[in-house]
Design a protein around this ligand. Structure first.
Ligand SMILES: NC(=O)c1ccc[n+]([C@@H]2O[C@H](COP(=O)([O-])OP(=O)(O)OC[C@H]3O[C@@H](n4cnc5c(N)ncnc54)[C@H](OP(=O)(O)O)[C@@H]3O)[C@@H](O)[C@H]2O)c1
Length: 262
């Protein structure tokens, strides 16, 4: 895929991995971005940080159907087609399930999964007008290997994994490449309250993602060879992963206790 002069819509492009993706795409010649986020100030900051590119800034909450419709109507009134949709916006709330608030359960599902699905559906007519289009969905390592205290987050991210796979196959005869990214712990605002060492940088995730897109990969899995081994173990010998969870249960519970970015 040639990225120069592509028109890119990215949710959550105002911070973290999304903003690093914007920066990375600029280095590949992208000049037209539509960015979606809830906070106006963070969106406006993009114009200061990247004065050389054209932004359509859409203040919207992708968990709301009317906001998703607003995003697509903004694109429709500015562009004739869309080349790349990056579904990146996401939220997290870790907790033992009984203590997780009903609202955090509903909101994680609506932002991470329902919003992503609705935006994909409603962007498709614009993507189909592109000669060479792509969809990148940002899942998570937890979309492959579910961990305790992230039950709802992991459910949304495995939902993203499966939605991507189904879309890839459903769109097999179209000029739309569908790719899924599985970051591991990455140093962004989302991880501010999580007790984790050795995080990836958002720049690394962005670089690997765009390399993956250029090489038409279908899955970009961060976390190195060990992560690939763990995914294999989780699929073929899941009880081995359970054993390691048992050994680390209390420390894991403690470390995830305050992890909430909603
Ligand atoms: N960081 C990690 O360790 C990690 C690991 C695996 C996967 N991921 C995934 O990577 C993606 C990006 O995460 P990040 O770490 O970059 O998070 P982040 O730093 O918290 O940034 C999240 C971005 O999404 C936007 N956003 C959040 N909720 C939204 C909503 N309802 N509607 C529209 N925009 C919304 C935020 O802007 P506003 O707050 O202004 O709306 C912000 O721009 C997420 O899908 C996350 O699940 C992250």
């Amino acid at each position: 895929m040639e990225l120069k002069d592509k028109k890119v819509l990215i949710t959550g492009g105002s911070a973290g991995i999304g903003k690093a993706l914007v920066k990375e795409l600029i280095t590949h010649g992208v000049k037209d971005f539509a960015i979606v986020g809830r906070t106006k100030e963070k969106l406006e900051q993009l114009k200061k940080d990247f004065p050389e590119v054209n932004f359509i800034l859409v203040s919207a909450d992708i968990s709301k159907l009317e906001d998703v419709e607003h995003v697509v109507s903004e694109i429709n009134s500015n562009w004739e087609h869309l080349d790349l949709l990056i579904n990146n916006a996401g939220v997290v709330s870790a907790s033992p399930i009984q203590k997780l608030s009903d609202q955090d359960i509903i909101d994680q599902i609506n932002v991470n999964l329902t919003g992503l699905i609705l935006l994909t559906k409603k962007s498709l007519p614009l993507l189909l007008k592109s000669k060479d289009a792509g969809i990148i969905n940002i899942s998570s390592g937890l979309g492959y290997i579910a961990k305790p205290f992230y039950s709802v987050y992991a459910a949304t991210k495995s939902g993203v994994k499966h939605f991507s796979e189904a879309m890839r196959r459903e769109l097999i005869f179209e000029n739309i490449h569908v790719m899924t990214v599985y970051p591991t712990a990455t140093d962004t605002e989302m991880m501010k309250n999580a007790d984790v060492d050795n995080m990836d940088s958002p720049e690394l995730v962005a670089e690997k993602s765009i390399d993956g897109l250029l090489n038409k990969e279908i899955n970009v899995i961060l976390g190195g060879k060990q992560r690939l081994k763990d995914i294999d173990t989780n699929f073929n010998q899941p009880l081995k992963i359970d054993e390691s969870v048992k050994e680390n249960y209390e420390s894991y519970k403690k470390r995830t206790k305050s992890h909430r970015a909603m």
